[in-house]
Design a protein around this ligand. Structure first.
Ligand code: NAP
Length: 306
């Protein structure tokens, strides 16, 4: 088993940034990624709030640049799913669905995964009209009517992206006020293809071979509503990928890892960075900052134990 000084779990913005800082500190650095690097940022069509790109940059392009930067600095990559972490005298052993990986320090940057609605039809029509990623699946809905569920930034960005393809986009939100950033809310309200549907939640998704209808219930006791649509995009927040972690890595009620300002978790030498951490803001810019802090703190920690 190769002996790494820094093992980073997750190849999204936080993990790649930690890799860049780890490699520049000349730490033997490994990023363990389940599928492909880039995280949720790579499924975002356009990122307009990452400083330095006045015209915005596509999510895949930004993440490819970060991955290339990490590789160029000598970060190594392993593709496996983390399933456990075991302390040992010289650090930790990361258990994966493949090999075991030994690291003196660990940075957890496993991000989040989208929440599901949990309504009848959602599982039946998943991949046949029900989607959690407009940039991945939007092009299948050219000239069709679609529903986007949620009132946050992801829902707003998803709906705006879908205007390229769909004929009409209903944005269904459970309140009468968006959670999304004001500038995105203004764009939604102004777009001729978008109709905001307030105070409604999805009750059921119906169809034959594909989604055909979405049944909505009123959150204020008003009339139910039925929308004829071929697609339903779910953007109702996400939950952290932490279920595989040991109980002694302290998390909050929602499962987000609690760290101090140096990204240190409750286990010495184990740090957390990015969306998986309890944090007031989940953006690419905050994730990369977390990753940098975590790697620098890992280096300091190693200085103390080596
Ligand atoms: P979010 O901000 O948590 O918003 C989730 C939305 O879904 C909220 O409007 C919420 O309603 C609604 N919702 C939650 N559970 C629901 C349910 N069971 N049924 C119906 N609606 C439900 O999640 P997000 O939009 O994925 O964003 C996550 C984080 O990433 C945020 O910090 C966001 O700012 C960030 N982000 C930023 C950008 C950007 O800056 N460009 C893009 C994407 C994401 P309520 O409002 O009533 O709670």
């Amino acid at each position: 088993m190769k002996d790494w000084e820094l093992v980073i779990i997750g190849g999204g913005p936080a993990g790649l940034s930690a890799g860049i800082y780890g490699a520049r500190a000349r730490l033997r650095t490994l990023i363990v990624e389940k599928l492909a690097c880039g995280g949720q940022a790579a499924t975002t069509h356009r990122i307009e709030n990452y400083p330095g790109f006045a015209q915005g940059i596509t999510g895949p392009e930004l993440m490819e640049q970060m991955e290339n930067q990490a590789k160029g600095l000598g970060v190594e990559f392993a593709y496996a799913e983390a399933v456990g972490l075991r302390p040992e005298s010289s650090g930790y052993v990361l258990l994966t669905d493949g090999e075991e990986i030994r690291g003196k320090t660990i940075i957890i940057a496993t991000g989040t995964q989208p929440n599901t609605l949990g309504v009848p039809g959602e599982d039946d029509w998943r991949g046949r009209g029900v989607s959690y990623c407009a940039t991945c699946d939007g092009a299948f809905f050219r000239d069709k009517d679609v529903v986007v569920v949620g009132g946050g930034d992801s829902a707003a960005e998803g709906a705006l992206f879908l205007t390229r393809f769909a004929r009409k986009i209903y944005v269904v939100h459970r309140r009468d006020q968006l959670r999304a950033t004001k500038i995105l809310g203004e764009r939604l309200a102004a777009h001729p293809k978008i109709q905001l549907v307030w105070n409604k939640v999805v009750k059921e998704i119906q169809g034959q071979a594909f989604v055909e209808r979405v049944l909505l219930a009123d959150t204020r006791g008003g009339e139910d509503l039925e929308i004829a649509a071929s697609g339903l995009f779910v953007y109702i927040g996400s939950n952290p990928n932490t279920e595989w972690l040991r109980a002694d890595i302290v998390r909050n009620d929602q499962g987000y890892i609690i760290t101090d300002e140096r990204m240190q978790t409750s286990l010495p030498g184990v740090f957390a960075a990015g969306d998986v951490r309890r944090t007031p803001l989940r953006q690419v810019v905050t994730a990369v900052a977390d990753g940098a802090v975590a790697a620098v703190e890992a280096e300091k920690y190693l200085g103390g134990i080596l």
